[in-house]
Write a protein that binds this ligand. Structure first.
Ligand SMILES: Cc1cc2nc3c(=O)[nH]c(=O)nc-3n(C[C@H](O)[C@H](O)[C@H](O)COP(=O)(O)OP(=O)(O)OC[C@H]3O[C@@H](n4cnc5c(N)ncnc54)[C@H](O)[C@@H]3O)c2cc1C
Length: 339
Protein backbone atom coordinates (compact mmCIF):
# COMPACT_ATOMS: atom_id res chain seq x y z
CA UNK A 1 0.00 0.00 0.00
CA UNK A 2 1.29 3.45 -0.86
CA UNK A 3 2.60 5.41 2.13
CA UNK A 4 1.64 9.08 1.84
CA UNK A 5 4.40 10.10 4.29
CA UNK A 6 7.14 8.43 2.25
CA UNK A 7 10.39 10.43 2.34
CA UNK A 8 13.66 9.53 0.72
CA UNK A 9 17.22 10.25 1.84
CA UNK A 10 20.70 9.41 0.67
CA UNK A 11 21.35 7.79 4.04
CA UNK A 12 19.10 6.49 6.79
CA UNK A 13 20.84 5.91 10.12
CA UNK A 14 19.16 3.45 12.48
CA UNK A 15 19.92 4.51 16.06
CA UNK A 16 20.18 8.02 17.51
CA UNK A 17 23.03 7.22 19.89
CA UNK A 18 26.29 9.18 19.89
CA UNK A 19 27.66 7.16 16.98
CA UNK A 20 24.48 7.30 14.90
CA UNK A 21 24.36 11.07 15.34
CA UNK A 22 28.04 11.34 14.37
CA UNK A 23 27.29 9.36 11.20
CA UNK A 24 24.45 11.68 10.19
CA UNK A 25 26.62 14.76 10.79
CA UNK A 26 29.54 13.45 8.74
CA UNK A 27 27.24 12.36 5.92
CA UNK A 28 25.46 15.73 5.80
CA UNK A 29 28.75 17.59 5.76
CA UNK A 30 29.59 15.79 2.55
CA UNK A 31 26.43 17.03 0.88
CA UNK A 32 24.31 13.91 1.33
CA UNK A 33 20.89 13.95 2.95
CA UNK A 34 20.38 11.91 6.11
CA UNK A 35 17.65 10.87 8.50
CA UNK A 36 18.18 9.32 11.93
CA UNK A 37 15.50 6.93 13.16
CA UNK A 38 15.30 5.71 16.75
CA UNK A 39 12.82 3.44 18.47
CA UNK A 40 13.10 5.66 21.55
CA UNK A 41 14.29 9.11 22.51
CA UNK A 42 17.33 10.98 21.27
CA UNK A 43 20.36 9.17 22.76
CA UNK A 44 17.97 6.64 24.21
CA UNK A 45 20.66 4.40 25.73
CA UNK A 46 22.21 7.25 27.69
CA UNK A 47 18.79 8.16 29.05
CA UNK A 48 18.71 4.65 30.55
CA UNK A 49 22.06 5.05 32.34
CA UNK A 50 22.08 5.73 36.11
CA UNK A 51 21.12 9.20 37.30
CA UNK A 52 24.19 11.45 37.56
CA UNK A 53 26.41 8.67 36.23
CA UNK A 54 29.93 9.86 35.65
CA UNK A 55 31.44 8.80 32.31
CA UNK A 56 34.82 7.09 32.45
CA UNK A 57 36.01 9.16 29.50
CA UNK A 58 37.06 12.78 29.71
CA UNK A 59 34.81 15.10 27.66
CA UNK A 60 36.98 15.59 24.57
CA UNK A 61 36.89 11.83 23.95
CA UNK A 62 33.09 11.82 23.72
CA UNK A 63 32.79 14.73 21.29
CA UNK A 64 31.21 14.39 17.86
CA UNK A 65 31.16 16.74 14.89
CA UNK A 66 33.98 18.81 16.37
CA UNK A 67 31.72 20.48 18.94
CA UNK A 68 33.41 20.99 22.31
CA UNK A 69 31.73 19.21 25.21
CA UNK A 70 31.82 21.25 28.37
CA UNK A 71 31.40 20.03 31.92
CA UNK A 72 31.98 21.48 35.35
CA UNK A 73 33.56 18.18 36.30
CA UNK A 74 36.72 16.32 35.36
CA UNK A 75 34.55 13.63 33.73
CA UNK A 76 31.12 14.46 32.26
CA UNK A 77 27.95 13.29 33.93
CA UNK A 78 25.14 11.54 32.07
CA UNK A 79 23.21 14.82 32.20
CA UNK A 80 26.12 16.73 30.59
CA UNK A 81 26.19 14.19 27.77
CA UNK A 82 22.41 14.24 27.27
CA UNK A 83 22.51 18.02 26.99
CA UNK A 84 25.54 17.95 24.70
CA UNK A 85 24.27 15.41 22.17
CA UNK A 86 20.90 17.17 21.97
CA UNK A 87 22.57 20.53 21.34
CA UNK A 88 24.78 19.03 18.65
CA UNK A 89 21.85 17.29 16.92
CA UNK A 90 19.86 20.53 16.93
CA UNK A 91 22.83 22.68 15.84
CA UNK A 92 23.34 20.39 12.86
CA UNK A 93 19.60 20.42 12.13
CA UNK A 94 19.59 16.66 11.85
CA UNK A 95 16.40 15.11 10.54
CA UNK A 96 15.18 12.90 13.40
CA UNK A 97 12.38 10.35 13.55
CA UNK A 98 12.13 9.39 17.22
CA UNK A 99 9.91 6.79 18.90
CA UNK A 100 9.76 4.95 15.60
CA UNK A 101 11.18 1.42 15.67
CA UNK A 102 12.76 0.03 12.52
CA UNK A 103 11.35 -3.41 11.81
CA UNK A 104 12.79 -4.35 8.43
CA UNK A 105 14.77 -3.44 5.36
CA UNK A 106 13.67 -4.10 1.80
CA UNK A 107 15.31 -3.46 -1.54
CA UNK A 108 18.98 -3.11 -2.32
CA UNK A 109 21.80 -0.60 -2.41
CA UNK A 110 20.70 2.56 -4.17
CA UNK A 111 17.02 1.91 -3.51
CA UNK A 112 16.51 0.60 -0.02
CA UNK A 113 13.25 0.95 1.86
CA UNK A 114 13.62 1.11 5.63
CA UNK A 115 10.46 -0.32 7.16
CA UNK A 116 9.39 1.19 10.47
CA UNK A 117 6.39 0.65 12.68
CA UNK A 118 5.01 3.94 11.31
CA UNK A 119 5.82 3.71 7.62
CA UNK A 120 8.73 3.53 5.20
CA UNK A 121 11.78 5.62 4.38
CA UNK A 122 13.70 5.52 1.13
CA UNK A 123 17.50 5.33 1.38
CA UNK A 124 20.37 4.78 -1.01
CA UNK A 125 22.46 3.57 1.91
CA UNK A 126 21.67 2.48 5.46
CA UNK A 127 23.84 2.66 8.57
CA UNK A 128 23.00 0.47 11.57
CA UNK A 129 24.16 2.07 14.85
CA UNK A 130 21.89 0.23 17.26
CA UNK A 131 24.38 -0.29 20.10
CA UNK A 132 24.02 -3.04 22.69
CA UNK A 133 21.99 -1.65 25.56
CA UNK A 134 18.52 -2.96 24.69
CA UNK A 135 19.00 -6.67 25.35
CA UNK A 136 20.21 -7.72 28.83
CA UNK A 137 22.26 -10.88 29.35
CA UNK A 138 19.61 -12.78 31.27
CA UNK A 139 20.46 -15.10 34.15
CA UNK A 140 17.84 -17.51 32.81
CA UNK A 141 16.71 -18.64 36.24
CA UNK A 142 13.20 -19.08 37.62
CA UNK A 143 11.85 -15.86 39.11
CA UNK A 144 13.90 -13.52 36.91
CA UNK A 145 10.66 -12.14 35.47
CA UNK A 146 9.41 -11.03 38.93
CA UNK A 147 8.72 -7.28 39.18
CA UNK A 148 11.41 -6.62 41.80
CA UNK A 149 14.13 -8.00 39.49
CA UNK A 150 15.63 -5.44 37.12
CA UNK A 151 18.51 -5.41 34.66
CA UNK A 152 18.97 -1.64 34.61
CA UNK A 153 20.09 0.35 37.65
CA UNK A 154 19.01 3.97 37.99
CA UNK A 155 19.55 5.21 41.58
CA UNK A 156 19.65 3.86 45.15
CA UNK A 157 17.15 6.00 47.01
CA UNK A 158 14.17 3.64 46.91
CA UNK A 159 16.16 0.98 48.75
CA UNK A 160 16.93 2.50 52.17
CA UNK A 161 16.64 -0.13 54.92
CA UNK A 162 16.19 -2.84 52.26
CA UNK A 163 18.13 -5.98 51.39
CA UNK A 164 19.31 -5.68 47.81
CA UNK A 165 21.11 -8.40 45.87
CA UNK A 166 23.36 -7.17 43.08
CA UNK A 167 24.46 -9.83 40.60
CA UNK A 168 27.68 -9.11 38.72
CA UNK A 169 31.22 -7.94 39.45
CA UNK A 170 32.00 -5.24 36.90
CA UNK A 171 31.79 -1.46 37.01
CA UNK A 172 27.99 -1.21 36.99
CA UNK A 173 27.60 -3.68 39.86
CA UNK A 174 30.46 -2.13 41.81
CA UNK A 175 29.05 1.38 41.51
CA UNK A 176 25.52 0.24 42.30
CA UNK A 177 26.62 -1.64 45.44
CA UNK A 178 28.57 1.38 46.70
CA UNK A 179 25.70 3.79 46.04
CA UNK A 180 23.19 1.43 47.64
CA UNK A 181 25.31 1.18 50.79
CA UNK A 182 25.56 4.98 51.02
CA UNK A 183 21.80 5.34 50.59
CA UNK A 184 21.10 3.10 53.57
CA UNK A 185 20.47 -0.22 51.83
CA UNK A 186 22.07 -3.58 52.71
CA UNK A 187 23.67 -4.69 49.43
CA UNK A 188 25.03 -8.18 48.78
CA UNK A 189 27.07 -8.85 45.66
CA UNK A 190 26.71 -12.23 44.03
CA UNK A 191 29.75 -12.90 41.88
CA UNK A 192 30.17 -15.87 39.55
CA UNK A 193 33.97 -15.56 39.47
CA UNK A 194 36.55 -15.67 42.23
CA UNK A 195 36.96 -11.91 42.60
CA UNK A 196 35.76 -8.44 41.65
CA UNK A 197 36.66 -7.98 38.00
CA UNK A 198 40.08 -6.50 37.24
CA UNK A 199 38.34 -4.27 34.72
CA UNK A 200 36.61 -2.30 37.49
CA UNK A 201 38.06 1.20 37.34
CA UNK A 202 41.09 1.85 39.52
CA UNK A 203 39.28 4.54 41.49
CA UNK A 204 36.24 2.33 42.21
CA UNK A 205 37.81 -1.06 42.96
CA UNK A 206 39.65 -0.23 46.23
CA UNK A 207 36.57 1.56 47.57
CA UNK A 208 34.49 -1.55 46.94
CA UNK A 209 37.11 -4.01 48.26
CA UNK A 210 37.45 -2.02 51.47
CA UNK A 211 33.68 -1.93 52.00
CA UNK A 212 33.57 -5.71 51.45
CA UNK A 213 36.45 -6.16 53.93
CA UNK A 214 34.47 -4.13 56.49
CA UNK A 215 31.47 -6.39 55.76
CA UNK A 216 29.35 -3.34 54.99
CA UNK A 217 28.80 -4.79 51.53
CA UNK A 218 28.25 -8.54 51.47
CA UNK A 219 30.01 -10.48 48.72
CA UNK A 220 29.72 -14.12 47.70
CA UNK A 221 32.28 -15.32 45.16
CA UNK A 222 32.23 -18.42 42.96
CA UNK A 223 28.50 -18.20 43.46
CA UNK A 224 25.64 -18.52 40.98
CA UNK A 225 21.96 -17.67 41.22
CA UNK A 226 19.67 -20.71 41.17
CA UNK A 227 16.26 -19.13 41.66
CA UNK A 228 14.63 -15.87 42.69
CA UNK A 229 11.53 -15.75 44.87
CA UNK A 230 9.51 -12.67 45.90
CA UNK A 231 11.60 -12.38 49.09
CA UNK A 232 14.87 -14.26 48.51
CA UNK A 233 17.60 -15.11 46.06
CA UNK A 234 18.63 -18.76 46.21
CA UNK A 235 22.31 -19.11 45.39
CA UNK A 236 24.78 -21.94 45.00
CA UNK A 237 28.02 -21.18 46.84
CA UNK A 238 31.13 -23.41 47.07
CA UNK A 239 29.81 -24.37 50.54
CA UNK A 240 26.36 -25.28 49.27
CA UNK A 241 22.96 -23.65 48.78
CA UNK A 242 22.14 -20.37 50.56
CA UNK A 243 19.06 -18.22 50.71
CA UNK A 244 19.68 -14.47 50.66
CA UNK A 245 16.96 -12.04 51.70
CA UNK A 246 16.17 -9.58 48.92
CA UNK A 247 13.48 -6.97 48.51
CA UNK A 248 15.10 -5.98 45.23
CA UNK A 249 17.45 -7.70 42.80
CA UNK A 250 19.70 -5.98 40.28
CA UNK A 251 20.99 -8.43 37.70
CA UNK A 252 23.75 -6.31 36.17
CA UNK A 253 25.30 -8.97 34.00
CA UNK A 254 25.73 -6.91 30.86
CA UNK A 255 23.91 -6.49 27.59
CA UNK A 256 24.34 -7.56 24.00
CA UNK A 257 23.30 -6.37 20.53
CA UNK A 258 19.89 -7.35 19.22
CA UNK A 259 21.06 -10.20 16.98
CA UNK A 260 17.49 -11.00 15.90
CA UNK A 261 17.15 -7.50 14.52
CA UNK A 262 20.47 -7.80 12.68
CA UNK A 263 19.24 -11.05 11.14
CA UNK A 264 16.02 -9.35 10.04
CA UNK A 265 18.18 -6.74 8.28
CA UNK A 266 19.99 -9.56 6.46
CA UNK A 267 23.29 -9.19 8.32
CA UNK A 268 24.95 -12.53 8.94
CA UNK A 269 27.29 -13.46 11.76
CA UNK A 270 31.02 -14.13 11.30
CA UNK A 271 30.65 -17.34 13.31
CA UNK A 272 33.23 -16.45 15.96
CA UNK A 273 32.76 -16.60 19.74
CA UNK A 274 31.72 -12.92 19.84
CA UNK A 275 29.12 -13.54 17.12
CA UNK A 276 30.56 -10.55 15.32
CA UNK A 277 28.10 -9.24 12.74
CA UNK A 278 29.67 -9.69 9.31
CA UNK A 279 31.34 -6.49 8.15
CA UNK A 280 34.50 -5.35 6.46
CA UNK A 281 36.83 -4.09 9.18
CA UNK A 282 38.13 -1.26 6.96
CA UNK A 283 34.95 -0.03 5.30
CA UNK A 284 32.34 -1.22 7.84
CA UNK A 285 30.11 -2.43 5.01
CA UNK A 286 28.17 -5.57 5.91
CA UNK A 287 27.49 -8.61 3.78
CA UNK A 288 24.52 -6.68 2.34
CA UNK A 289 25.92 -4.07 -0.06
CA UNK A 290 25.20 -0.49 0.95
CA UNK A 291 24.30 -1.52 4.51
CA UNK A 292 26.90 -0.42 7.08
CA UNK A 293 27.53 -0.99 10.78
CA UNK A 294 28.78 1.68 13.18
CA UNK A 295 29.50 1.91 16.89
CA UNK A 296 29.20 -0.69 19.58
CA UNK A 297 27.08 -3.08 17.50
CA UNK A 298 30.19 -3.86 15.40
CA UNK A 299 31.73 -5.87 18.25
CA UNK A 300 28.89 -8.36 18.70
CA UNK A 301 29.11 -9.89 22.16
CA UNK A 302 32.38 -8.04 22.67
CA UNK A 303 30.54 -4.90 23.74
CA UNK A 304 33.65 -3.19 25.08
CA UNK A 305 35.46 -3.41 21.72
CA UNK A 306 33.82 -0.26 20.34
CA UNK A 307 32.54 2.51 22.56
CA UNK A 308 31.97 6.22 22.04
CA UNK A 309 35.67 7.15 22.18
CA UNK A 310 36.65 4.98 19.25
CA UNK A 311 33.23 4.18 17.68
CA UNK A 312 32.67 7.83 16.73
CA UNK A 313 35.42 7.45 14.09
CA UNK A 314 33.22 4.99 12.23
CA UNK A 315 31.20 8.01 11.09
CA UNK A 316 34.13 9.45 9.18
CA UNK A 317 35.02 6.15 7.57
CA UNK A 318 31.49 5.48 6.30
CA UNK A 319 30.74 9.07 5.25
CA UNK A 320 34.01 9.35 3.32
CA UNK A 321 33.26 6.12 1.51
CA UNK A 322 29.70 7.11 0.63
CA UNK A 323 30.97 10.45 -0.68
CA UNK A 324 33.60 8.76 -2.82
CA UNK A 325 36.51 10.10 -0.77
CA UNK A 326 39.55 8.15 0.38
CA UNK A 327 38.56 6.18 3.47
CA UNK A 328 40.51 7.27 6.57
CA UNK A 329 42.05 4.51 8.68
CA UNK A 330 40.39 3.76 11.99
CA UNK A 331 42.45 4.65 15.07
CA UNK A 332 44.29 1.84 16.81
CA UNK A 333 42.18 -0.10 19.28
CA UNK A 334 42.26 1.59 22.62
CA UNK A 335 42.14 0.05 26.04
CA UNK A 336 38.83 -1.77 26.19
CA UNK A 337 36.54 -0.75 29.01
CA UNK A 338 33.85 -2.84 30.63
CA UNK A 339 30.79 -1.40 32.22
C1 LIG B 1 27.07 2.75 32.29
C2 LIG B 1 27.86 2.98 31.03
C3 LIG B 1 28.92 3.87 31.02
C4 LIG B 1 29.62 4.12 29.84
N1 LIG B 1 30.70 4.98 29.85
C5 LIG B 1 31.38 5.20 28.70
C6 LIG B 1 32.49 6.10 28.67
O1 LIG B 1 32.87 6.68 29.67
N2 LIG B 1 33.12 6.29 27.49
C7 LIG B 1 32.74 5.66 26.33
O2 LIG B 1 33.36 5.89 25.29
N3 LIG B 1 31.72 4.80 26.33
C8 LIG B 1 31.03 4.55 27.48
N4 LIG B 1 29.99 3.67 27.49
C9 LIG B 1 29.64 2.97 26.26
C10 LIG B 1 28.84 3.85 25.38
O3 LIG B 1 27.83 4.51 26.06
C11 LIG B 1 28.28 3.05 24.24
O4 LIG B 1 29.34 2.38 23.65
C12 LIG B 1 27.62 4.01 23.27
O5 LIG B 1 26.37 4.42 23.74
C13 LIG B 1 27.52 3.38 21.94
O6 LIG B 1 26.95 4.32 21.09
P1 LIG B 1 26.13 3.81 19.86
O7 LIG B 1 25.67 5.04 19.17
O8 LIG B 1 26.91 2.79 19.13
O9 LIG B 1 24.89 3.02 20.50
P2 LIG B 1 23.73 3.51 21.55
O10 LIG B 1 24.13 4.75 22.25
O11 LIG B 1 23.40 2.32 22.33
O12 LIG B 1 22.56 3.89 20.56
C14 LIG B 1 21.81 2.90 19.89
C15 LIG B 1 20.45 3.46 19.57
O13 LIG B 1 19.79 2.57 18.66
C16 LIG B 1 18.42 2.56 18.97
N5 LIG B 1 17.80 1.36 18.39
C17 LIG B 1 18.06 0.07 18.70
N6 LIG B 1 17.30 -0.75 17.94
C18 LIG B 1 16.54 0.04 17.14
C19 LIG B 1 15.56 -0.22 16.14
N7 LIG B 1 15.18 -1.45 15.81
N8 LIG B 1 14.97 0.83 15.52
C20 LIG B 1 15.34 2.12 15.83
N9 LIG B 1 16.27 2.40 16.77
C21 LIG B 1 16.87 1.39 17.41
C22 LIG B 1 18.38 2.61 20.49
O14 LIG B 1 17.15 3.07 20.98
C23 LIG B 1 19.53 3.55 20.80
O15 LIG B 1 19.11 4.90 20.96
C24 LIG B 1 29.26 3.43 28.66
C25 LIG B 1 28.20 2.53 28.67
C26 LIG B 1 27.50 2.29 29.84
C27 LIG B 1 26.38 1.29 29.81
Amino acid sequence: MADSSFSSFDVVVIGAGPVGLACAIEVQRRGLTACVVDKGALVNSLIGYPTNMEFFSTPELLEIGGYPMTTLHYKPLREDALDYYRRVAFAEQLTLRLYERVTGLEGEVGRYEVVTEKGRLGARYVIVATGFYDVPNYLNVPGEELPHVTHYYKEPYAHADQDVVVVGAKNSSAKAALQLLRAGARPILVVRGAQISDSVKYWIRPDLLNRIKEARIGALFNTTVERITPTTVEVRTPEGLRSLPAQHVYALTGYHPDFRFLTVLGISCQGDAAQTPTHDADTLETNRPGLYLAGTVCGGLNTSRWFIENGRYHAQVIAARLAGEATPALPAVQQPIAY
